[in-house]
Each structure stands twice: as C-alpha cells, then as structure tokens.
Design a protein. Sequence first.
Length: 276
Amino acid sequence: MSTTFVIGEIGINHNGDINLAKQLIDGAVEAGCQMVKFQKRTIELVYSQADLDRPRQSPWGTTNRQQKEGLEFSEAEYDEIDRYCREKGIEWTASAWDVPSQKFLRKYNLRYNKVASPLLTHLELLHTIAEEGHHTFISTGMSTIEEIEVAVNIFRDANCPFELMHCNSTYPLDPADANLRVIETLREKFDCNVGYSGHEVGLAVSCAAVALGATSIERHITLDRAMYGSDQSASLEIGGLKKLTKYIRAIEVSLGSPVKKVHDSELPARHKLRTF
C-alpha cells in the first residue's frame, strides 16, 4: 500500500500571527505530515460590502472586515512561510478563495494546489488552478455528484493531475454524517485517487477513511482548541496529530496483502497447537 499523504490544515488557525503559524508548521513536521495548508483571500472579492460592514466582535475590532483583515497574511509574511517551510523540509500550499489570490501564490512555485469545498463550483478559479498543471486536492463537501463531475472534467481537459477528497462541510462533524463509503463511490465514478478531509472531533473517522483506501488525509490543526477562531473546535492539537499519523502508518502496514497464507510468525504456534 502506498503512503497516505497527510496534510496539516493550518487554515486561519494562526490568528494572523506568523510566529503562531511557525509553531503549527513545527508541530506538523514533528508529527510527520507531508504538507501544511493555509487559506488566502482577497477580502473585497470574497465578501460583500454589507457583510464586511456588519458588526462582529473579534480581537481586531468590532466589524467583520476587521476580523477578516486580521486573519490575512501579508506578502512579506507569505515570503517568510515559504522560507520557513523550505528550511523545515515540508511542502506548503494555500486554498485560494479567488482568482487574484491563486495568481499571487504562483510566485512560490508550489508543488500542490487545493480547492476548498466552497469553491468547487467557482469555475473561473478551477480553470485558473488547472492551467498551472500542479497536483490538486479537490474537496467535495456540500457538493453533488454532478457538480463534482464538472470540476473533474475541467482538470482532465487541462491534463492537470488531481485527487478528490471526500468531505462533509460541518464544523464539527457528527461521525454519523461522515458517510465514508462515498470514498469508494467517488473512486469508482471518477477513476481517481480519493482522500478524506475531516472536520470531526477525534481520530476514529480519519483512521477508518485510511482503512477504506483514502490516499490523503487532511485535518485542521491548532495549538489549543480553546483558542479564538471558528475552526479551532474541529481541529486536532499537535499531540492528537502525532497520534493520527502514527495510527495511519500502523493501518497501512496492517492492511497487508489480500492473499491468505500461513505467515512465518505463525509457524511455531502451528507446530505446537496443530496436533491432529
């Protein structure tokens, strides 16, 4: 079995603090993740003026605009993220929520792209990503099979490598709604690798996804689930992330081969106990 690609989704859990982001990168490296992921938005394009002007209490002020702006990194801070991840030997990417943000990310020549579930029907953005030709993880939360098929065709027409990620866009996710059998449905329908992007509390659902053949696992990560932020409660702290990657690697080994045989490790017991 191939190695499951594990993504630590930092997202906006850095709370606009580059030092906090670095601590989360360190935690992902220590846990054995292959990549960390952020989120990049052009505020004025993603949100309406009315939405930005509405009241919202946050560490950055009293409006939604102040909160959104407080969570965005500057170009200089992204430069530092790029430098730091290269120094630490871990891949990084960001899910762009608009076309200018995706084009901004091109300066870093990232190996991977990510389509967040809300953007799966943003066709202009999908074309912009697909034309880059980088391996792209496509989350499928709150999407129909028909919507997923449109996205898949865009990437196939552009000859851009991709894999789908089964996802339920509830934060936190009730395990009863995880519906992990969709992993096989997507794999058979679209003849591609399928991963799992999880928002549940705990590790069991993500581990089950690996046992069902998920080729990638993405989980939000945080230093403390009690910190400010809408994604924190559905995130794994670093200790939990380390357990998850440990369990994933154990599952990969334990799945073994579909061929039934007597293993060498069984021979002593066979000789001792098979007395008839």
